[in-house]
Design a protein around this ligand. Sequence first.
Ligand code: ATP
Ligand code: MG
Length: 583
Amino acid sequence: MSTESAAAKPAETPETDGPRDFIRQIIREDLAKGKHTAIRTRFPPEPNGYLHIGHAKSICLNFGIGREFAGWCNLRLDDTNPGKEDPEFVEGIKDDVRWLGYEWHDLRHASDYFEVFYRAAIKLIQDGHAYVDDLTAEQMREYRGTLTEPGRHSPFRDRSVEENLDLFRRMREGEFADGSKTLRAKIDMASGNINLRDPAIYRIRKVTHQNTGDAWPIYPMYDYAHCLSDALEGITHSLCTLEFEDHRPLYDWFVDNVDLPNHPELWQHMRDAGFRTEPAKPRQIEFSRLNLSYMITSKRKLAQLVSEGHVDGWDDPRMNTLRGLRRRGFTPGGIRLLIERLGVSKQNSVIDYAIFENCVREDLDASAARRMAVIDPLKLVITNLPEGHEETLTFPNHPKDESFGTRQVPLSRELWIEREDFAEVPPKGFHRLKPEGEVRLRGVGIVKCEQIIKDAAGNVTELHCTLDPDSRSGMPGADRKVKGTIHWVSAKHGVPAEIRIYDRLFNVATPDDESDGKTWIEHINPDAKRTVRGWLEPSAAGVEPEQRFQFERLGYFVADRVDHRPEAPVFNRTVTLRDTWAR
Ligand code: ATP
Ligand code: MG
């Protein structure tokens, strides 16, 4: 991973100056050679699910390059596979790209180009580069050969141009049954690259399409539609993941043989209809996928988690979909920071999830105001304050950034503290509250534990403490040192809240690895979601959904995007303050 160049670069250096990664380096060389006047990229998701953290790498790369090189990036919905695709996903994808902080030049669908693809296929037939095949899918597989054996020619390979044109038009008219005919490119059945052994261009599928309805009974294959979409949009650099490396010769074959720039008859109708098109020859460049430990980046598996009810939907805060991460409280800035830090290379690797969490912490540390909340409450009574005592303390909202201002925090005689901040039999090195011990109550002063109240079962229900008045702020003893400081919420003023404590969805680093005989589903962490009743200081409660805070000493939390109400607060734990998984 090329982390050095990104890390060593001062923030104020314009991003176009240095190499940063091999793709930007290629682009800079292409610009220097005068190959392009503008850099154009695209992000091409298939709308068959919501975007996940892996897609964020592709989004940041494509949109980032468009922005850095004063070019642009299109959002293209790669919808050539009807049946699995859904307008709900289209809307979700648009929403997620914007949330990450990017705006597209044009929003396109591969299906916008169905007529172009169709005309281009006719051109390929006319040029002797494509034929209609009657072999079944299974026969085609047999004829294809293997890595060590060449394939065989289909008996239909030498049909005349006229016959092919006639059959293909009738395929388009819907005359033939699904799967009964295929349009194939005529390339080389003996090629060492199996992708070039007469790959399919069109197949018959009488399935309703989410964008074009029932207009088409035939659908183009991905390898054909993708490169032509790139060429049609004038994409200069088509960035994709490594598994497409072996497809690149085919990508170039289609681009060169269709030759859109020199054949306006194939696309002029689009321009006439108002589409911005300036066809060009794109260059495909592959990079390695983003893989994170403890996470799944397969849309099929994410869909399975939802459909089988292992999670509460695509936006469940345990999901590593962008919606899930958003609801969990992860920030676009934290996600972009991760992608920036990891860089771009051709090296496959699995990134430690803790690195991701650290990026999010770093972003939230700077951007989240501080508040106090107690999630496992134990009552603490300050016995030397009078009954009905009330006062208001002023707290800074951020310890390192005065621009966050201050807030008022009410104090009364009875407080909630965290149960784990008291130990009747303290372990070694325990610096919080213990019998006869002292601790600083954040922003108040030093209290001493004088008495422990228990219920009939022997559980601690209350601590009776005295506050050293001389240790209060502004008093001569205010600097007196005790080892521990704990947070608290006034019981009289605290607002009850539902707090959802989230953890990693899988309890092993590589859930996809089934070599231990367990399926990835069996690696789901049953404790990844826990709901508790906690108490918030008043100024943490009346906030809008998606407001993020650091609850002091507990972690970063976000007001739930869906369920939070100012009068009935619901907060999700985004991440703890430190890595609790490190062993
Ligand atoms: P599918 O399994 O359905 O093919 P996909 O993960 O390839 O899903 P697409 O919607 O086709 O999803 O992906 C859109 C773009 O995002 C593609 O250019 C793809 O290469 C890129 N992408 C997908 N997953 C990752 C990943 N983990 N890291 C980097 N880029 C990714
Ligand atoms: Mg894909």
